[in-house]
Write a protein that binds this ligand. Sequence first.
Ligand SMILES: Nc1ncnc2c1ncn2[C@@H]1O[C@H](COP(=O)(O)OP(=O)(O)OP(=O)(O)O)[C@@H](O)[C@H]1O
Ligand SMILES: [Mg+2]
Length: 253
Amino acid sequence: MDKIKSIAVTGKGGTGKTVVSTLLIRLLSKRFPGRVLAIDADSAMSLCYTTGLPVVKTVSQLRSELLGIQQARNELNNGPTKDLMRGILAHGDGFDMLTMGRPEEPGCFCACNELLRYGIDTLAEDYDFVIVDGEAGPEQLNRRVMKSVDCLLVMADMSARSLQTAKGIIDVANAGENSISVGMSGLVLNRVRADIPKEDLLKKTGLEVFGELPEDPEVNKFDREDRSLFDLPMDSACPQAVEKIVKKLIPEY
Ligand SMILES: Nc1ncnc2c1ncn2[C@@H]1O[C@H](COP(=O)(O)OP(=O)(O)OP(=O)(O)O)[C@@H](O)[C@H]1O
Ligand SMILES: [Mg+2]
């Protein structure tokens, strides 16, 4: 298996993308401090709450500023876009975070977006791991974020619908139909229950499973109390399950 640097988490709405992304960021930044770039690619912007790290400025805000100012646009064209990206990073304990913010209005800003994406790609060179918390749905292999990801984790709860969505996403990724290239992809099952057999459902998809998470009352509790998942006890079920996935995907962990 090739070395995995970038991991994007995707899947149907509400299946646990942000929970898994946050725990990946937490585990990797603890083990490899300063080497982790987190990217919140969901316009709903949840990572700031689950990591407890406030947003400095979003890529969307940066884009709006640049679009309004001809001189800034020239600078973006001529100067180091990576420095602009560095300027809007939030710095957390062992990781940095880039927040995409709102998607662009349709159609008009392609050149600017292309440069911003180039900026993200070059920024990523400074890190050993890049974790992307994606938006829901198959189209969102995030054209606006990166050109390629090494590993796509597709979340599914044990509903047939979420598995169909997951299969759709992985099929699109494998067919290379997106403007982003994907190294490997597989499922992460969430809210797995011992009393509901999953084998039949899974057999239908024929997809590889990278890991599974049980329902975790601690996660529910932290959610209700609006607390960062960085403070979740490490011995609770979800951190343990995500650590298993990390060990599987990243041998040097
Ligand atoms: N294994 C779990 N145990 C308990 N609660 C969970 C678990 N997984 C997710 N949740 C809760 O379910 C909700 C949805 O999870 P999360 O926000 O991670 O999903 P998402 O896929 O990122 O959603 P969205 O599509 O809105 O971005 C959250 O309230 C989260 O705390
Ligand atoms: Mg989310």
